[in-house]
Design a protein around this ligand. Structure first.
Ligand code: PLP
Length: 369
């Protein structure tokens, strides 16, 4: 089915690839196929863009999260506090390093409920891993305050937050070591997988850079046992091209999302938009609202050619992977559980036209009438 309002914007984004091919032919001539100057160029540009000292690119966002946790020596016996409403990779990364994920419920903005964090801190807690879920940001000020009080690290999962702002800071620049993803449906994307870590800590930077590349200091010398989590140079070129457009992408998405929000103002209690904070510029990686009769509405919208989705119908603590791992016994997260039944994600990207937004809102109105 060809959608009237498609969710997938990649065909529009990559309509004109002339610059990318031009740079790719330079790369091919240089044969700089593992790390090298194209990758370094992207790392320098990204750290400058978000105002941090160091950026280390990786193969994907999941690797970035794993590296970030490893760089803080978090592993077996440690606990990491995070949310049960995220993509699998957030918890997957905690488990991958051997640590135990500890969940905290979310608030009505779908972000970690900072009032509940302190209850979950134990002697084993090493870090808080907040997620910039959907591209909105949690209360990072409060999270940093709690972390300071209990001497914990903060690792931001800013995979969806690239190009957003919290006051004048970038998501992913507030915690100690922070992770981003360049997956095709993130606000900054490549043609496949990519990711990065940023930090202001020189020691951590040096360790991550080494570990990402086998622990080598040069071709003949290996200082620590490491892995290969390098970004592909072909992708770093795509990232450089898209970074040029990122601020424009974010401002267009905000214009579109504000227009959609306005349409929903008089549709309470059928459609409830999350509170938008003045000091938080969102990336709208996901435009999510809470709706009545969600599953029927989803079907209806799809029948009308609107490619709506759900992120996600089953929260992480209810996934088999988690239940089978025996991390805890039937803990309840009432807000996340309620949201999982009511959330719907509407197509909301930089290529949506006001007319399409009018159409979405008209269809939703029609459904409830
Ligand atoms: C996409 C995403 C990831 C994983 O990133 P990949 O690049 O797909 O590995 C992790 N956390 C969140 C919140 C994400 O949205």
């Amino acid at each position: 089915m060809r959608y009237k309002v498609p969710y997938n914007y990649l065909p529009f984004e990559f309509k004109d690839t002339r610059n990318i091919f031009k740079e790719w032919s330079k790369l091919i001539k240089s044969t700089d196929f593992t790390l090298g100057k194209f990758v370094e160029k992207f790392e320098n540009q990204f750290s400058k863009f978000c105002g941090v000292k160091y950026c280390i690119s990786t193969n994907n966002g999941t690797d970035a999260l794993i590296l970030a946790l490893k760089s803080l020596k978090i592993g077996s016996g440690d606990e990491v506090i995070t949310v049960p409403n995220s993509f699998y990779a957030t918890t997957g990364a905690i488990v991958a390093v051997g640590a135990k994920p500890i969940f905290v419920d979310c608030d009505e903005r779908y972000q970690i409920d900072t009032n509940l964090i302190e209850h979950k801190i134990t002697k084993k807690t090493k870090a808080i891993l907040p997620v910039h879920w959907a591209g909105a940001s949690p209360d990072m000020k409060k999270i940093m305050k709690i972390a300071k009080k209990y001497n914990l690290y903060v690792v931001e999962d800013a995979c969806m937050g690239i190009g957003g702002r919290i006051s004048n800071k970038h998501p992913g620049t507030i915690g100690h070591v922070n992770a981003f993803s360049l997956h095709p449906l993130k606000s900054l994307n490549v043609m496949g997988d990519g990711g990065m870590i940023v930090t202001n800590n020189t020691k951590i930077y040096q360790w991550v850079k080494k570990y990402r590349n086998h622990g080598m200091i040069n071709r003949d010398q290996n200082e620590i046992w490491g892995v290969n989590m390098r970004m592909q140079p072909l992708q770093s070129i795509v990232a450089i091209e898209n970074l040029k457009k990122l601020n424009k992408v974010i401002s267009t998405r905000n214009k579109n999302a504000n227009y959609m929000d306005k349409k929903f103002k008089d549709m309470k209690p059928y459609v409830i938009t999350p509170k938008r904070l003045n000091n938080n510029l969102e990336t709208f990686s996901l435009y999510m609202v809470l709706v009545k009769k969600r599953d029927l509405l989803l079907k209806y919208l799809i029948s009308k050619g609107i490619e709506a989705k759900i992120h996600y119908p089953i929260p992480l603590h209810k996934q088999k992977a988690h239940i089978n791992s025996n991390y805890f016994k039937n803990e309840k997260f009432p807000v996340v559980e309620r949201h999982a039944k009511k959330l719907i994600t509407l197509p909301m990207h930089q290529y949506i036209k006001p007319k399409q937004i009018d159409y979405i809102s008209a269809c939703i109105k029609q459904f409830y009438n």
